[in-house]
Design a binder for this molecule. Structure first.
Ligand SMILES: [Cu+2]
Length: 157
């Protein structure tokens, strides 16, 4: 009976040694803290759990994929493929295929949230905007173009 207990202690000791070797292999930066002689087994297990959490590393940012949208301005009309868009990050390309100078402004609840450069006839430009669920208006801010009909409602959901 006594011999059996001694063997169990020896086995436990070798297990601790093996775990120590594994820890040393896993994170060399924590070798100093794991090799420190701590008298109580509870504190040693706490240090090993902190070592494993530090090994998780940074997960990075899950950047959403930007969607592309093309808006064409012809005459005093603003045309886009769909006036119902899913929310997300957008890269909007504006093409001025008319004979006048135009731009494109993205307005939400009466506030401009994004704007393209001013485009001469035949020019195009790209800008980015994050569209959240809500009601938007895409319009041209040049002169009185908006009053002439250069605006279109867009629903983002
Ligand atoms: Cu215009």
């Amino acid at each position: 009976m006594f011999v059996f207990q001694v063997r169990r202690v020896a086995a436990a000791g070798s297990l601790v040694l093996a775990l120590g070797l594994l820890t040393a292999c896993g994170g060399s930066s924590d070798a100093a803290s794991s090799s420190s002689t701590s008298p109580s087994p509870s504190s040693s297990s706490a240090s090993s759990s902190s070592a494993s959490s530090s090994a998780a590393g940074d997960s990075g940012s899950a950047a959403g994929q930007a969607q592309t949208l093309t808006v064409t301005e012809v005459g005093f009309d603003i045309r886009l493929q769909s006036s119902d868009l899913p929310a997300g990050d957008y890269t909007i390309t504006v093409k001025n295929e008319g004979d006048a100078t135009h731009d494109l402004v993205v307005e939400q609840d009466g506030k401009d949230v994004a704007k393209s450069d001013t485009l001469g006839p035949g020019d195009s430009a790209t800008f980015t905007v994050t569209l959240k669920p809500g009601q938007y208006v895409f319009y041209c801010s040049i002169g009185n173009h908006r009053a002439m009909g250069m605006e279109t409602d867009v629903t983002v959901s």
